[in-house]
Design a protein around this ligand. Structure first.
Ligand code: FAD
Ligand code: NAI
Length: 469
């Protein structure tokens, strides 16, 4: 095999692509990964999960020092915000992480090709470097892992200064006075939280009549109440009909989604966060005949195969939950399939976390889904107000809700609003992977005092026998 001929070539170095590359190489396949961004890690490491969490953590610390430490008997003389310093922290975290992937590629002998890949024929890829130089790579298997991009709002131009996407919201040089967030989903609430903590007035305009529409209804309601308490304003059931930019400000015109009187909102920052769309530009998919669905996602079968033999796809570009860990699981499963193993992803047990505070974490079915599917279920709920550890942390907002099958007691879903919910959910994900019953968790010894005791108590509540409420 020549230096330009591989068993597997992956286009896209995000969590789907880079993880697939590492796993394929571990399994002895000669592997290359083509990435055009100039750094590995994709959306997630460069302009997504990691920088947003770096700013969420920094702003959380600032807010705690400025407003919360007093309640623990800690006097802080003068707290100053340093937005540039926070951005420096974020940039360092991103750079350390992306370099870490380059190290992992070297360690696992994955060839990293910098440039834009286009499929010219099954098994053939043309790579265009930044300077325009072209080269060709041959592969037995080609994996499309090109991810996703911001969904634009029709008629609105994102300038990343006043009218921004998540990428702009991760790089503002100062706190806006008034940030209007269009879309009450994950990005809107996380990045609205960052700038709200740093002093911006934040107004969320959401088309539907609830925020976090993919979450359990009770979770959405509780989060709206808690975020409103933190100062976030909500305009639900509201659509944006126009945005007029004047210099460093913008006027956002909104009206009720069902029709009615228009209202104008003045802002110095407008964050468009209405979802993400598959990214397949310049890949040459039309030329090789790879089928896309109506929304532009690459169509695959249960083994990540597109309709063209030898071409596979994983991650955001195939749709489903647009989450880094889902992309990673698909990358691992596909690499194992390509190596002749039996890779598999359990889509019933993919957790989803919103990193606001309190955090929101969920896995499996919501109550609304169970009702719609006519599945008989039992629900157990436990509030953090009754959890000793949460009380010692002054973090009593939220609850754990566990949904289990009414006949078998098998855990079907869990929904947590609360401190460290994103870590607490892992226990329920594991239980679901093992096909556990809620009683299995209820009878498992949990360390005291721990937030995890709330998960155990919610499972006890499924059977109507919580100990501490
Ligand atoms: P991507 O990460 O998008 O990577 C695709 C890569 O392919 C890109 O680097 C792109 O440059 C490259 N590429 C595209 N076309 C070509 C080409 N022709 N040639 C070469 N390279 C190409 N998910 C979570 O699970 N947790 C979070 O906390 C979280 N936070 C997020 C915060 C924000 C602000 C955003 C925007 C997203 C967040 N996500 C989060 C979602 C997560 O980033 C994505 O689900 C994940 O990155 C998808 O991985 P991927 O590998 O499919 O695609
Ligand atoms: P989203 O799908 O989570 O939310 C978009 C929101 O915008 C929805 O509530 C929707 O009803 C609303 N909306 C759509 N069109 C609208 C319009 N014209 N006017 C007003 N509201 C409108 O999408 P978001 O927040 O952009 O995130 C994109 C993806 O990134 C998500 O799929 C998410 O999974 C991923 N992500 C994950 C994170 C995490 O795991 N913590 C963090 C950030 C992003």
């Amino acid at each position: 095999m020549s230096d330009t001929s591989f068993d597997v070539v992956i286009i896209g170095g995000g969590p789907g692509g880079y993880v697939a590359a590492i796993r394929a190489a571990q399994l002895g396949l000669k592997t290359a990964c083509i990435e055009k961004r100039g750094s590995l890690g994709g959306t997630c490491l460069n302009v997504g999960c990691i920088p947003s969490k770096a700013l969420l953590t920094a702003s959380h610390h600032y807010h705690a020092a400025a407003h919360e430490l007093g309640s623990f008997g800690i006097k802080v003389a003068k707290v100053e915000m340093d937005v540039a310093g926070m951005m420096g922290h974020k940039d360092k975290v991103v750079s350390d992480n992306t370099k870490g992937i380059e190290f992992l590629f070297k360690k696992n002998k994955v060839t990293y090709i910098v440039g834009a890949g286009a499929i010219t024929a099954p098994g053939q890829i043309e790579v265009t470097a930044k300077d325009g130089a072209k080269s060709n790579v041959a592969a037995k298997h080609i994996v499309i892992a090109t991810g996703s991009d911001v969904t634009p709002l029709p008629g609105v131009e994102i300038d990343e200064e006043v009218i921004i996407s998540s990428t702009g919201a991760l790089a503002l040089s100062k706190t806006p006075k008034h940030m209007v967030v269009i879309g009450g989903g994950v990005i809107g609430l996380e990045l609205g939280t960052v700038w709200g903590r740093l002093g911006a007035k934040v107004t969320v305009v959401e088309f539907l009549d609830r925020i976090l529409p993919f979450n359990d209804g009770e979770v959405s309601k509780q989060m709206q109440r808690l975020l409103a308490k933190q100062g976030m304003e909500f305009k639900l059931g509201t659509k944006v009909t126009g945005i007029a930019k004047k210099g460093k400000t913008a006027t956002v015109t909104v009206e009720p989604a069902a029709g009615g009187a228009a209202e104008k909102i003045e802002a110095d920052s407008v964050l468009v966060a209405i979802g993400r769309k598959p990214y397949t530009e310049g890949l040459g998919l039309d030329k090789v005949g790879v089928a896309l669905d109506k929304r532009g996602f690459v169509q695959i079968d249960g083994h990540f195969r597109t309709n063209v033999p030898g071409i596979y796809a994983i991650g955001d570009v195939v749709g489903g939950a647009m989450l880094a860990h889902k992309a990673e699981e698909e990358g691992v499963a596909l690499a194992e399939i390509l190596a002749g193993q039996h890779g598999h992803v359990n889509y019933e047990a993919i957790p989803a976390v919103v990193y606001t505070w309190p955090e929101v974490a969920s896995v499996g079915k919501t109550e609304e889904q169970l009702k719609a599917e006519g599945i008989a279920y039992k629900a157990g709920k436990f509030p953090f107000t009754a959890n000793g550890r949460a009380r010692s942390m002054n973090e009593v907002d939220g609850f754990v809700k566990v949904l289990a099958c009414a006949t078998t007691d098998k855990v079907l879903g869990a929904h947590i609003v609360g401190p460290n919910a994103g870590d607490l959910i892992a226990e329920v994900v594991l239980a679901m992977e093992f096909g556990a019953a809620s009683e299995d968790i209820a009878r498992t010894c949990h360390a005291h005092p721990g937030l995890g005791e709330a998960v155990k108590e919610a499972c006890l509540a499924v059977d109507g026998r919580p100990l501490h409420t």
